[in-house]
Design a protein around this ligand. Sequence first.
Ligand code: DUT
Ligand code: MG
Length: 596
Amino acid sequence: MKRNRKYPKSRFGWLWENMEGKRVLFIIALFGTALYNILQIVVPHFSRQLVDLFNQVQRGELVMSENEGTFYRLIGLMVGLTLFRVVVVYLDCMAYERVSQSALYRIRNYLYNKIQRQDMKFYSQYRTGDLMTRVTGDLDAVRHNIAWVIRCIVESITLFLSAAVYFFTINVKLALCIVTIAPLIFFIVFRFRKMVAPMHANLRERLAGMNTDAQENISGNRVVRAFAREEYEKEHFDKTNQAYRDTNIKTQKVWLKFFPFVDSIANALPVILLLVGGMFIINGEISVGDYVAFSLLIWAIANPMRMMGNIMNEFQRFAAASNKVMEIYYSEPEIVDRPDAISHPERFEGRVEFDHVSFQYEDGKLPVLKDVSFVAEPGETIAIIGETGCGKTSLIQMIPRFYEANSGRVLVDGLEVEKYKLTDLRKNIGLATQDVLLYSDTIEGNIAYGDSRLTQEQIEKYAKYSAASDFIQRMPEGYETIVGERGVGLSGGQKQRISLARALAIRPSILILDDTTSAVDMETEKQIQHSLRNLDFPCTKIIIAQRISTTKFADKILVLKDGEIIESGNHRELVSAGGYYADLVKLQLGESVVSA
Ligand code: DUT
Ligand code: MG
């Protein structure tokens, strides 16, 4: 097997690694397969002896009554060994099933874990439907390889070899006439493999594409409906579905090109046997019993040949699928703990500093942050304001180290964020993201997501802080109400408040709110601002906002434009400076307030 250079292990090395705990069973299963295929010789072998016995009796060379013992012994052995073979086949199937399921379980868990620990870059690279295909369909092709393909390979080889060897023990010349055909088949199958391998890779891509389409449309069903694009989406899906089907058919058709040759060769075998074997009987070179053995076992030479195409097809499917699975299996997140990462189990003070930070997305063309510097002292509130796309979200994502600066330093409590263990750093940061995602769980469960030890009172307290307790109490099942994809619908502002409660509930040293109150009304926002100023734990707040009412009370306001801080200071200072911020104040509150 060619080594897959991209990954640290070959496909089979990788499978072997994941069969841990079941490797002995797998080896036994392989031997089992070999055994029950060798046992295929039993019936032809004993038939041969029986036929020769009958022949000798018929010719008067032996007396049947003297040989009844042999007769019954042969029949008994034949039946006994055949039954034994059935038991071996049964146990063997079970063994493969166990090994393959156990490997599947292991790989699936490993992949899930891998995907969980990936960084933001990974998630912008792979689409959900693609990842889902890898851990389901592609992984199942890997399991199928262990449970079926490998078994078929061993089966075909042992069947072919044992029949061939048995033939040679009976008559070398006749055996040679039959077996010399084999190399021709190998040549054909080799050609086939070359043609079909890229087609299977293509097929896996198309499957992933189709699943991605389906997944995006199902989760985006509201958009589809809102724009009345059902017909368009249906047609679009039909196209990807068609492409998948056509590629499937095309892949299957490749073997059809080769199949007539292989089948003709396989079908020629009995004819050769009739011809040559018949002559040999007439010459007295072989007995009729010998001929019977040959003819009862000729399928054991022909079938593996016919199976080759199928096996090769399945094997290429496995190869393509395993490539996709291994890509995730061996992927490494770039943002990980450094080997010398510092453990910091205690609470952080909450000092955040940006020191000449510049940043650009890897796939982006322009820098998103340019030479950003500011300090948030413990307990301070920093507001970030700026037009859409100016880099606010990108900026705050550098604090929990979702992305890393291209130059400059991001420091928390005086130390670069890269120097901390990721979990220690992130455990101290409460983040309410711009697009709110709630889990399909109770409201209570969602709020306590970051700390499952929270008591009911605590949960209610944080809901109160985020001005959510009123509407939660009005729900039929209160805190027990299930929300999320399958739960009751919540308004945008309600979701934002639950997400704020979730961020507060971990009592973070640094609280980051990305436009978290954009969808709540002014009055509710005021309440939230009030509770944020009176939290019962020390906390540095970094708040992205569009409203002056939010930024007004901040210790420092940063105005961001095209990734640069163009103004900074508190409300009063910025208003009197008469820049962008002052204009914004005029726009939002009216001229009179500014001049007052
Ligand atoms: N950008 C990327 N890749 C990403 C995310 C954003 O290239 O994965 C670009 C888009 C934009 C710039 O970075 O031009 C800044 O984006 P950001 O999300 O930081 O903007 P924002 O200030 O948070 O905008 P908004 O107020 O709309 O949330
Ligand atoms: Mg944003």
